[in-house]
Ligand binder design. Structure first.
Ligand code: APR
Ligand code: ZN
Ligand code: ZN
Length: 356
């Protein structure tokens, strides 16, 4: 749990309330450490404290509320921050990532789901997955087939869903197109593998760490650019004779968003997957509008996670997408702070916390 921004997480016991009618209690099997957790720990957004981080987990349903219809005890599930109510305008339009009623916390006046010494404990995106148990809203979970290894499945809920979805649902990369991916971490590698999966002819991976570029090649990059050694915009333009059809930014910084835009060609599309800090701005050359260039955001890969997560399980089980290679180490909860620190520029991709 985070008690103060910028400080290590504190490990301890908290109280979990009774399961409300629309809630599910899950025993966590594995929980991934995502860069978003690290950013929130360092204070990227003014979230209420104390805060239980973690939003990329897998587990087994232990108990369901009286109104739960889609899950049963014993079901294997994956969490997704993109909970949906099924009733608001955005849900009706199939854009669950913008649901107005994600029920991330209980309505005011009701006892909190989690508390410590009588004080409510806040959770990140309605999940709080750095814990042995989750008490969550039913529609923040996707059921996965029992043959899917649960330790691998955790990554489906954020890194895979966000990266694959950005290519499939948001950028909508078509066969034969050229794609540049800036930032080849846990999410970026999934953008790389999705681009190859949908048939991109060129997939150019850009990163500042040589080890990440090597991993990107394993995930299907046809070319790599080390942005710590050369100007990535010039390099991508040189490789493609003028720019790519699609640039996807998966770092979350204004400078790399501007680079992504600059490396797209006429009619090219920039898709921003990375999450920037509150208040940051970008600057773009206005004359690029004459080239009919486009720039757009992408949230959780614009995914419908209850369709996409089971699909990615199938693709993994059929050997058509890579997941094992995303896990660089499995750690105990006790080592979470070292794991989070490693997210600042280490060669690893994803650390997974394994719960007994
Ligand atoms: N140019 C290119 N790559 C960069 C640069 C840069 N200037 N700076 C950092 N990177 C690379 C890092 O070396 C790393 O490989 O970006 C990658 C970021 O990867 P992770 O730290 O693993 O982060 P990830 O979990 O993939 O998330 C990336 O997407 O979902 C969002 O909030 C998330 O904004 C974050 C982004
Ligand atoms: Zn995440
Ligand atoms: Zn909704």
């Amino acid at each position: 749990m985070l008690e103060e921004f910028g400080q290590p997480l504190v490990i301890g016991e908290i109280e979990v309330d009774e399961v409300a009618p629309d809630e599910v209690l899950v025993r966590v099997i594995a929980s991934g450490l995502c860069h978003t957790d690290r950013s929130m720990q360092l204070g990227a957004q003014p979230l209420p404290l104390p805060l239980l981080l973690g939003h990329e987990a897998s587990g087994i349903v232990e108990r369901v509320g009286s109104a739960v219809t889609t899950l049963r005890p014993g079901d294997h599930v994956v969490t997704c921050a993109s909970a949906f109510c099924g009733e608001c305008e955005w849900c009706m339009r199939g854009l669950l990532q913008h649901c107005e009623s994600k029920r991330r916390a209980r309505p005011t006046g009701r006892p909190p789901r989690l508390s410590r010494s009588g004080e409510p404990v806040n959770v990140l995106t309605g999940l709080g997955a750095f814990a042995s148990h989750l008490l969550v809203y039913e529609r923040t979970l996707a059921k996965v087939p029992t043959e899917m290894p649960l330790d691998r499945a955790a990554l489906l809920g954020c890194a895979v869903l966000t990266g694959m979805g950005a290519v499939r649902h948001r950028a909508r990369v078509r066969p034969g197109q050229s794609v540049a991916v800036i930032g080849c971490g846990g999410v970026g590698l999934n953008v790389v593998q999705a681009a190859r999966f949908v048939g991109a002819a060129r997939v150019i991976a850009v990163d500042v760490l040589p080890a990440k570029l090597e991993q990107a090649r394993r995930f299907g990059a046809t070319d790599v650019v080390d942005a710590s050694r050369e100007d990535p915009v010039e390099a991508v333009k040189a490789l493609t004779g003028g720019g790519v059809d699609h640039a996807l930014e998966v770092v979350g910084r204004p400078a790399t968003i501007e680079q992504a835009f600059a490396m797209t060609r006429t009619r090219g599309t920039t898709t921003v997957v990375g999450v920037t800090r509150a208040g940051e701005t970008i600057q773009l050359p206005a004359e690029a509008m004459m080239l009919e260039k486009r720039i757009q955001g992408s949230k959780m890969g614009s995914s419908q996670f209850r369709l996409d997560i089971p699909l990615y399980c199938r693709l993994y089980l059929d050997g058509r997408i890579m997941l094992d290679e995303l896990v660089s180490e499995t750690i105990d909860l006790a080592d979470i702070n070292q794991g989070l620190e490693k997210l600042d520029g280490s060669d690893g991709i994803r650390s997974l916390i394994a719960f007994g």
